[in-house]
Design a protein around this ligand. Sequence first.
Ligand code: SF4
Ligand code: SF4
Length: 69
Amino acid sequence: MSRQRTVLVWNPEYCRHCFGCIANCSRKALTLDHEHGVLCYDIRKCIRCNNCLKACYTGALHTETVEEP
Ligand code: SF4
Ligand code: SF4
């Protein structure tokens, strides 16, 4: 039987690289890959507090519920 998990989804199209989400993540679950300019998300560190979503003024972040195998 599969489990459901809520994950953070980043949309680079809307991202303005303000780093507000990274600064507001107390778990250091979000980091920036400087080489590729992408936001990296470590789901193992995330406690789903949604502080990053509240900090994002562009709508570049949202959550989705996915099925785990
Ligand atoms: S939901 Fe909370 S812990 Fe998870 S990435 Fe966002 S700010 Fe960090
Ligand atoms: S807060 Fe939003 S706009 Fe700013 S870096 Fe994070 S995802 Fe991008």
